[in-house]
Design a protein around this ligand. Structure first.
Ligand code: PHE
Ligand code: ZN
Length: 891
């Protein structure tokens, strides 16, 4: 039988808790089969709420004793809540003592207390603490924690929890103990403990403020040589938050622990961050440049939560974007600031926008669309979404933009800093709402656009859906006037039929015929439609609209090829320069896709486009990372979003065909790019050298793709050689991927060798699985490969990283192979959702989202997809997580 609530929770139903918990004293006797938990709480009634029974959340716990002020008491169970009706009247503090046991080794959901390998870990966000003990498991109940851990000393030599270690020692029977006290009050979702055989890289630092701190990164013995980058990233994070926001580390000790079994990326538990090992472990032999970059940003993200999330937390889970949108914004800025060169900042911005547009825009247009501050949920775990995170970060970014005060603070950084200062002044130590945040930013900048438009701006928090901005330009030669009419609209989303106009900051520039910039400004669009006029122009300019992607909207402008070529060549805004290249490619892809009768062999790229791409590739000033982004065609998912009816195989075939043409037409240029950028010196993960590796990787892939058409064997041979000789994982994996992507005969032996080389490196084996499950489909061959991979001895359904590496790489990241006319991909998907749901509902529900956009599919896929979803929905006993996703998909 399932436990817990099965009905929808509404934001408007928020009520303060009827009781407060001042302090918690926890004592754990750790044992994988049966862990005993003694929880002593000091509690009192909340005088603002009418007297009522105490209802404590609990899930999968065995209760053995409840005492109030040391005395036995009556209690009852209701829907897995522990209900106490006879508590002392009045507002005095009382002590509630609860003794329970749980079974960490059986906890395959990885929420609450669980074992991974031979160690114990916890995951309490959002509602995992109730799987450890009965509690008021909600973020607005903030308490002081003291934690005593007891366990076998030889099996669990390291015992960690939040805060400071105040006592440790040995006990009878080979056991030992450690006592931890967290000096800060916190909500239960930030509780953590870790116990096991772990080793740590340590670093002592002195903060700007002159305080000493100990930083530690805990991993399994044998992984220490992969912790240097995480430690460097942590030190950089500490320094950055002090420099940019004046926020210092508030703890003597700050710990990161890596685990290989984790549902998400990482978790910001106070002073004891727990990470998916994917975002900690890296050295040049096992990790790619992308991994290095991800580690830097996730380490930063979790560290930054210490202030934005922990010191100030969320009043309720509807406010999740308060901490997540803000902290993503902060980690994005951190990565950009570390990248220092302007071009590397732009590259990071392009990458972030690409994620937003390929993952968040579809979410916002599909059955799971929700505002960044949702109004309802069945299962909160389903709302850790790209909308709450990435769109939430864009909404924070717009607030920064809209407190800019002119030339002295063009980006709004200073105004935003003032707003953050006020936010901490007002709310440090409390649990607040998204409204509290925007109010603080606006109040600190009373003359800003944000302050003037605050009520309307807040629609970004309440309305779902991606706004569309249509721009139309017209030039009057006689008066030298250019007018640009901007109109906004937003399609209905589930539960929101009509949208009110948004506040949309639009960064603009005008480029003249000779390529020089003749105007640049920031316009804040508030009406449904507005017209801007620019005077004193000699000739019709080319508008560069939405520079830097200044708002999370879809921009419609009927650019001609000439205009796009001008922007690609001359725009001073690197984002729009990249965007011009993407539009040139997209227009061509769309044209080919829509001509139903056109055979793939007859889709010929025009010389103009090819020449434009050649000049980007050969450009003397542009840097390699930018070139790699500009020469990569828009993804299949992004293209699908532009269409009303989607045939994923057609999109795939068109993209493949155009890529092959670019490969062949620019053959000599790819050769040049490969030779000119590949380096043999020592590996450095900085942005310049990683950009060069990215471009050589693309060049090699293109040369192998061209070889497939021409029959050339030289480049595949070179790729194999490079795969063997590579001095780092980036080059090695790119070479392997080039062979696999191009369908080379040499791929099989390289894959085999790769597995043999890295069989003991779980994170590398994940890449090995993912590459094969995500490979180009050739005549429907990928699904059988995926099924075969799942019988491999290294495959496991229980390890989320491994399950994702095969199943998600196929169902979510390989549309051309997944959407089969025979529906076999969907049958596979429904089997795996059901199978995973019994093991780990959070992972299952994420997989369930792979068919979010089924309504756009062309027949017969559309009907087959609906049938597969219905099949999952018909399963009795589905978790709330998966049930919510499939029910919404069918509605
Ligand atoms: N709060 C975590 C983060 O954003 C994400 C997370 C959510 C991790 C839920 C685990 C469980 O960094
Ligand atoms: Zn976060």
């Amino acid at each position: 039988m399932r436990e817990g609530q099965t009905s929808v929770i509404h934001r408007s139903d928020y009520q303060e808790p009827a009781f407060w918990i001042d302090s918690v004293d926890l004592c754990f006797d750790l044992d994988p089969a049966k862990t005993r938990v003694l929880n002593k709480m000091k509690m009192r009634r909340n005088p603002h709420v009418v007297p009522q029974a105490l209802r404590l959340d609990g899930e999968e716990l065995n209760l053995s004793r409840v005492l109030v002020n040391g005395q036995g008491t009556s209690f009852k169970m209701e829907d897995s809540q522990l209900v106490l009706e006879n508590l002392p009247a009045g507002n005095d503090v009382f002590e509630l003592e609860i003794f329970t046991t749980c079974a960490p080794a059986k906890n395959t959901k990885l929420s609450g207390l669980y074992t991974s390998g031979d160690s114990f870990y916890t995951q309490c966000e959002a509602e995992g603490f109730r799987r450890i003990t009965y509690f008021l498991d909600r973020p607005d109940v903030m308490a002081s924690y003291t934690v005593l851990l007891r366990a076998d000393k030889s099996k669990y030599p390291v015992l960690l929890s939040n805060g400071n270690l105040v006592e440790q020692g040995t006990l009878d029977d080979g056991r030992h103990f450690a006592k931890w006290v967290d000096p800060f009050k916190k909500p239960s979702y930030l509780f953590a403990l870790v116990a096991g055989q772990l080793v740590a890289r340590e670093q002592r630092i002195t903060s700007r403020a002159g305080k000493e701190h100990l930083l530690q990164v805990y991993v399994r013995p044998g992984d220490l040589d992969k912790t240097e980058h995480a430690m460097n990233s942590l030190m950089a994070s500490v320094a950055w938050d002090e420099a940019r926001f004046g926020l210092s580390l508030d703890l003597e000790r700050f710990m990161i622990v890596a685990t290989s079994d984790f549902n998400m990326g990482a978790m910001e538990n106070k002073g004891l961050n727990i990470f998916n090992s994917k975002y900690v472990l890296a050295n040049q032999a096992t990790a790619t440049d992308t991994d290095f970059g991800n580690i830097e940003s996730v380490v930063g993200h979790e560290y930054f939560h210490n202030w934005t999330g922990n010191r100030i937390t969320c009043r309720d889970w509807f406010q999740l974007s308060l901490k997540e949108g803000l902290t993503v914004f902060r980690d994005q800025e951190f990565s950009m600031d570390l990248a220092s060169e302007a071009s590397a900042r732009a590259v990071k911005r392009i990458e972030d926008v690409r994620v937003l547009r390929t993952a968040q825009f579809p979410e916002d247009a599909g059955p799971m669309a929700h505002p960044i501050r949702p109004d309802q949920y069945l299962e909160i775990n389903n709302f850790y979404t790209v909308t709450v995170y990435e769109k939430g970060a864009e909404v924070v970014r717009m607030q920064q933009t809209m407190v800019a005060s002119g030339p002295s603070d063009p980006l709004g950084r200073e105004g935003f800093r003032k707003g953050m200062d006020l936010y901490f002044q007002r709310h440090d130590g409390s649990a607040v709402t998204c409204d509290d945040f925007t109010q603080a930013i606006a109040d600190a900048n009373p003359d800003s656009k944000l302050a003037q438009l605050l009520p309307q701006f807040k629609r970004w928090y309440s309305q779902a859906g991606t706004p569309r901005v249509k721009a139309v330009g017209s030039f009057d030669g006689a008066s030298g006037t250019y007018s640009l009419t901007l109109s906004q609209s937003c399609a209905p989303t589930p539960g929101q039929a009509v949208k009110e106009p948004f506040v949309i900051p639009i960064s603009l520039g005008l480029i003249s015929a000779d390529g020089s910039e003749v105007a640049s400004s920031m316009h804040v669009l508030t009406q449904e439609s507005e017209t801007l006029t620019f005077t004193g122009l000699q000739a019709e300019p080319v508008p560069s609209i939405l520079r830097g992607f200044s708002a999370p909207v879809i921009l419609d402008f009927a650019y001609t090829d000439e205009q796009l070529l001008a922007l690609l060549e001359h725009d001073t805004d690197p984002f729009n320069r990249w965007e011009a290249g993407q539009r040139l490619a997209l227009n061509r892809m769309m044209a080919f896709i829509s001509q139903d009768a056109l055979a793939v062999a007859d889709m010929k790229l025009d010389a103009r486009y090819i020449e434009a791409m050649r000049s980007v590739l050969r450009h003397p000033k542009l840097d390699a990372a930018f070139k790699e982004l500009a020469l990569t065609l828009p993804s299949e998912t992004y293209v699908a979003e532009q269409l009303d009816v989607v045939d994923p195989q057609r999109i795939h075939a068109v993209r493949e065909a155009l890529r092959a043409q670019l490969a062949t037409a620019l053959h000599a240029d790819w050769e040049w790019a490969f030779e000119a950028h590949h380096e043999n010196g020592a590996y450095k993960p900085d942005s310049l050298s990683s950009g060069r590796r990215a471009l050589t990787g693309l060049a090699l892939a293109m040369l192998c793709i061209a070889a497939r058409t021409s029959g050339d064997t030289v480049w595949p041979g070179k790729a194999l050689q490079r795969f063997k000789d590579a001095g780092n994982m980036t080059d090695r994996f790119n070479a392997l991927a080039a062979l696999v992507t191009s369908g080379s005969d040499l791929a099989a032996q390289a894959l085999q060798r790769f597995h043999a080389m890295f069989k003991d490196e779980a994170l590398v084996i994940d890449k090995w699985f993912a590459l094969q499950a995500g490979a180009t489909d050739r005549g429907g061959n990928i699904l059988p490969i995926v099924k075969q991979l799942m019988t491999h001895p290294d495959f496991s359904m229980r390890n989320p990283n491994r399950a994702r590496s095969v199943i998600f790489s196929y169902c979510s990241a390989n549309p051309g192979a997944f959407h089969r006319a025979d529906a076999a991909g969907y049958v596979f998907w429904s089997d795996k959702v059901i199978e995973l749901d019994a093991i780990n509902p959070q992972v299952a529900a994420r997989l369930a989202r792979a068919l979010d956009r089924w309504k756009k599919l062309a027949e017969p896929m559309r009907s087959a997809a609906r049938e597969a979803i219905a099949r999952v929905a018909a399963k009795p006993d589905l978790s709330n997580d998966t049930r919510e996703v499939v029910t919404r998909a069918l509605s």
